[in-house]
Design a protein around this ligand. Structure first.
Ligand code: BTX
Length: 324
């Protein structure tokens, strides 16, 4: 129907309340029959409406497929991102983001249903074959000195963990850039920058979150180490609702990153962190130690005490959780 996005858009903007077919028809200056027919065909596409007699319709759920037009609706509320690129399949949203940056300097988002070559840190593989996750790259355009970037991950990880906790799961932060639930990895993200001698111009932050995966959706080697929000809460997640909550939370955290010091959120961060009180393996470059994290410095560096009692500082170590 040619009215599809007009009507959807109207219902989306009024999704906290019921709106009658009559009202929609008047507002959009189309016939009641056209409204009714459009809503019926939207139902066939997988949109879920709550409809109450004499009150009207309420849009409850989008179909579980990333759709360009729906994403544009969602992002309209954003104070920061005005553009989102929605793909069905890409090699890596991170790669696409880097390419788009060549002729795009404003903030934007790249999201894809599937990645064929999702990557983690140090060129590791990020499994993102299934259409059950949230695989996206967010591009920010701050003008900040290089020194400030070290704490970016710490602000962002709180945003991701907080969004997850609103879904009733006990998400914890694994310094510097993973989110865990019950000692299993539910999210990884990586932060890349572009800049010049004047400082950072863009931050390209790639976030991968397992949302609706069941155990069989993971490759075998991840089945004992990975988890999803759905597995942890026992119920699937509406991916659009999660995306919306997450990007809004990330915008708040980004504002904090720009206006506050890490020391202002350090206590909160430490409370979200899952590495205290346990001996773990820390690897950074060629350096590897067993030790216990004791604190995080105001510049974001982690202080770890090894078994001999010596302290070490890490800027972005890999931490192995299964060592206890
Ligand atoms: P990382 O290097 O810390 O984590 C990668 C490691 O995590 C892998 O070696 C594997 O052991 C494990 N792993 C791989 N896939 C999954 C998964 N789906 N769930 C749980 N564990 C897994 C973390 O890197 C950063 C990942 C960023 C991914 C996003 S997705 C959107 C964007 N595009 C892209 O190519 N990467 C980013």
């Amino acid at each position: 129907s040619k009215y599809k996005y007009k009507i959807l858009s109207y219902l989306y903007d009024h999704k906290e309340s019921y709106v009658s077919g009559q009202h929609i028809a008047e507002q959009l200056q189309i016939s009641r029959t056209a409204v009714w027919k459009t809503i019926e065909s939207l139902k066939d596409e997988g949109f879920v409406f709550d409809s109450v007699q004499n009150k009207g319709y309420k849009l409850v759920e989008f179909p579980d497929v990333w759709d360009n037009n729906l994403m544009q609706l969602m992002i309209r509320k954003s104070d920061y991102f005005s553009t989102i690129y929605v793909d069905h399949e890409v090699t890596s949203t991170q790669k696409v983001a880097h390419e788009k940056l060549l002729d795009n300097s404003e903030p934007f988002i790249v999201i894809s249903e599937v990645q064929t070559a999702g990557r983690g840190r140090f060129n590791r593989v990020w499994d993102s074959q299934g259409k059950k996750g949230l695989w996206m790259s967010l591009v920010f355009n701050p003008h900040i000195p290089f020194a400030k970037i070290a704490t970016f991950n710490l602000f962002i990880s709180l945003a991701i963990a907080e969004t997850m906790r609103d879904y009733g799961v006990n998400a914890t932060v694994k310094w510097p850039n993973d989110i865990y639930i019950n000692d299993r990895k539910v999210c990884g993200f990586l932060t890349e920058i572009s800049g010049d001698s004047a400082g950072v111009h863009h931050i390209i932050c790639g976030i991968g979150i397992n949302l609706n995966h069941m155990p069989a959706d993971f490759p075998e080697e991840l089945q004992t180490t990975a988890t999803s929000i759905a597995l942890e809460r026992g119920r699937t997640v509406n991916r659009y609702a999660f995306f919306e909550a997450l990007y809004q939370q990330i915008e708040r955290s980004y504002n904090q990153f720009m206006t506050l010091e890490f020391s202002d959120i350090k206590e909160e961060y430490k409370a979200y962190s899952n590495i205290w009180g346990r001996t773990l393996r820390y690897t950074e470059g060629k350096k590897q130690i067993f030790g216990e994290a004791v604190d995080i410095k105001d510049d974001g560096r982690l202080i770890v005490r090894d078994e001999a009692g010596n302290t070490h500082q890490f800027i972005s170590a890999d931490i192995e959780m299964q060592v206890d």
